[in-house]
Design a protein around this ligand. Structure first.
Ligand code: ARG
Length: 578
């Protein structure tokens, strides 16, 4: 269909001639409009994703502050009962021989050690737009359990992927798409109460592959305090430290509710949280481990690992007196089973389900399967009710298409950033100067180039922001690194965060293709003049002038435009620096 639209948008025969030979060709206004509309969507997606990244750290700060302020009376709590469950039938929680030696008390998760390959067949890694963000635990072939706080403001399943466990002999890890994200409906981002989310995979873990599910507890209670359990993940090696390049693991004892309350105060909600670790500090989970497993092994002829906790939060990492906090899994057994066993028709179709199999030309084709949900209370397959249900479904599908387009463009932008590296050919126009005609050679002031180099060398920092006044030492450890992280993130994303939403529009004013510059791949060198939020830029790119090549080149032009605006904003930030 896109092709059909593009056929209508083919370049106008609007060349300039030199001695009768056409030199340049302009893309017609209708193509510029398509580019502008898609560019605007890409900008909106980029702004949402930037806001999300910032908000996630802000939320951690808020939670940390909440923890520090809440230090009221600590009442004793009854001890949790002992675990005496018979092992479940079915294959779960089986570790491979030779991988089960957790763990020397050196090296790191914080204070753990590197796990042998394939040691934790249920440990998965969750990526948002390709960026690893959290851990997760495979609890069934198609289901991963993780922490709800990983998905705050990023519940668009199209943006997430899951990397399953690799094999013990280096068998490659499967990477799968996400079909659905189900955060616990009672999750509270301030207190991290109910910090649990189920993630449904689009394709189940292959039974022939190395990934295996862990066992879920059989009753709402944990093993006794003092039981040595295991944590694993790719998280930071120390508070504010680098992320681990490979899986780390550590042995941590479960602590009694009373010990936890004494250590952590009322921030600990024993109904949904348990804690584990060492009061002397040194061994703990850390940032990036969230959503990963706390498992305890159940003895027997075939020992099995049972998931009792999902990594949730902590006060610093491995600090003395501050054990790590894990969402209790045992108390959510019923919720988990209910969600995993729900009939597909009882849920609104996910975007992935609605977009499956590419846009059908006949929209009714969607109705048959994925849209059935909307017509569930209609009497028959005809009539006004069924018609309305169908419209509702198509509307949702259109929203999904927009999400998906935003996703594609963000992907392109990322690729472009990697591929293009330092961008030559980008020239910034002084705002006061009227935009010159594109085919007049542009001034090339060396100063402009220096600006760009400066901005690139300085990376993502935003020089305009000063660090907030230091408030460390006010009894809230771990706060300062988080604040610094927030400032850095705000800097990286300043180029898009600073554009007010009412001006968040991309305008492609002109694309001029140099007809004498056809490349081997059938594209022409082009100059692009575009505007974003009052800023105007001219940059070079490649464009196709036939339907197929044009279709291929448009996303690249968009990606280049985003890159150009980002670099120009950073260059400006450099000049206005402290
Ligand atoms: N909230 C962190 C994350 O998002 C996990 C922190 C665990 N901290 C700890 N000290 N145990 O990855």
């Amino acid at each position: 269909m896109l092709l059909a639209v593009l056929l209508l948008l083919l370049p106008l025969p609007d060349p300039w001639s030199a001695r009768g030979h056409p030199l340049y060709m302009r893309l017609p206004p209708s193509t510029l409009q398509v580019l502008s509309a898609q560019g605007t969507q890409a900008l909106q997606a980029a702004q949402r994703s930037a806001r999300w990244a910032v908000q996630r750290v802000a939320m951690e700060i808020q939670h940390r502050l909440h923890e520090c302020q809440a230090s009221g009376p600590r009442g004793p709590r009854p001890q949790v009962p002992l675990l005496q469950d018979p092992p479940e039938s079915g294959s779960c929680g089986q570790r491979r021989p030779g991988t089960t030696n957790v763990t020397r008390a050196q090296g790191r998760i914080v204070g753990g050690s590197a796990a042998p390959p394939g040691a934790w067949p249920w440990l998965v890694r969750l990526q948002l737009g390709g960026q690893p963000l959290c851990g997760g635990v495979l609890v069934a072939a198609s289901w991963v359990l993780s922490a709800a706080h990983c998905f705050v403001s990023a519940q668009n399943e199209l943006l997430w992927t899951v990397t399953l466990a690799e094999g013990s002999r280096g068998e490659q890890a499967e990477e799968v798409q996400v079909n659905r994200i189900l955060p616990h409906p009672k999750f509270d981002p301030q207190t991290f109460h109910y910090d649990l989310a189920l993630v449904q995979l689009w394709t189940p873990a292959s039974p022939a592959g190395p990934a295996r599910p862990v066992c879920l507890p059989q009753a709402p209670r944990e093993p006794p305090a003092g039981t040595a359990c295991a944590i694993a993940g790719w998280g930071a090696l120390r508070e504010d430290g680098p992320e681990a390049g490979a899986v780390r693991e550590a042995r941590v004892p479960l602590l009694s509710t009373e010990t936890c309350r004494n250590a952590l105060g009322p921030g600990l909600r024993p109904s949904t949280m348990l804690c584990a670790g060492y009061l002397v500090g040194g061994i703990d989970s850390c940032q990036g481990d969230s959503g990963g497993p706390l498992t305890c092994s159940e003895p027997g002829p075939r020992p099995r690992e049972v998931l009792y906790g999902v990594t949730s939060w902590g006060d610093g990492c491995g600090e003395p007196g501050k054990p790590g906090v894990y969402t209790r899994v045992a108390v959510f057994r019923d919720w988990l089973l209910e969600q995993m066993n729900a009939a597909p028709s009882s849920r609104e179709p996910s975007c992935r389900e609605l977009l499956d199999g590419d846009p059908p030309d006949e929209p009714l084709a969607v109705a048959a399967s994925a849209c059935a949900f909307y017509a569930r209370s209609c009497a028959g397959s005809g009539g006004a009710c069924a018609h309305q249900a169908h419209q509702q479904c198509l509307q949702r599908r259109r929203r999904c298409e927009l999400r998906s387009l935003a996703h594609t463009l963000l992907g392109l932008l990322r690729d472009a950033q990697e591929l293009l590296g330092p961008r030559p050919g980008l020239r910034r126009l002084a705002p006061a100067r009227p935009a010159p005609s594109l085919w007049e050679p542009l001034g090339h002031p060396a100063r402009e180039r220096r600006r760009q180099r400066g901005s690139l060398a300085a990376g993502a920092r935003s020089p305009r922001r000063r660090p907030e006044p230091r408030r460390e030492g006010n009894g809230c450890p771990g706060l300062e690194p988080l604040r610094q992280k927030l400032v850095a993130l705000q800097g990286t994303h300043a180029w898009i965060l600073r554009v007010p939403s009412e001006r968040l529009a991309m305008d492609f004013h002109e694309v001029l293709a140099d007809l004498g510059s056809k490349t081997l791949s059938g594209l022409f060198r082009a100059w692009v003049r575009a505007g974003l939020g009052g800023r105007h830029l001219v940059f070079g790119g490649l464009v196709g002038l036939e339907p197929a090549t044009l279709a291929r080149s448009l996303p690249w032009l968009l990606a280049q435009a985003l890159q150009a605006f980002r670099l120009a904003a950073q260059a400006e930030g450099e000049l206005e620096g402290p």
